[in-house]
Design a protein around this ligand. Structure first.
Ligand code: ZN
Length: 81
């Protein structure tokens, strides 16, 4: 699982764009993110898609991916490790 840099300051709220419908919205970082695990989840307010959320440290934004495609990537990474 991705870790945030120890010196990265988690902001109270991040904007993100739904990967499914393109709706712009904002999300609060999960508790896990505040403890350095760069992984969270949310539901799109517009289309209801279940999304995996992670922080792009460089851009200072939240990145949304469809949960299923994120899970697929995670499972592939675990299998290859
Ligand atoms: Zn959406």
């Amino acid at each position: 699982m991705n870790k945030l840099s120890p010196d990265y300051e988690v902001l109270p709220v991040y904007g993100f764009v739904c990967c499914s419908c393109g709706h712009e919205q904002a999300a609060r970082p999960s508790l896990m993110m505040q403890f350095g695990e760069n992984s969270g989840a949310g539901t799109c307010l517009a289309c209801g898609e279940f999304l995996h959320l992670s922080i792009d440290e460089d851009a200072g934004i939240m990145v949304a991916e469809a949960w299923d495609s994120w899970l697929e990537k995670e499972e592939t990474a675990v299998t290859e490790a």
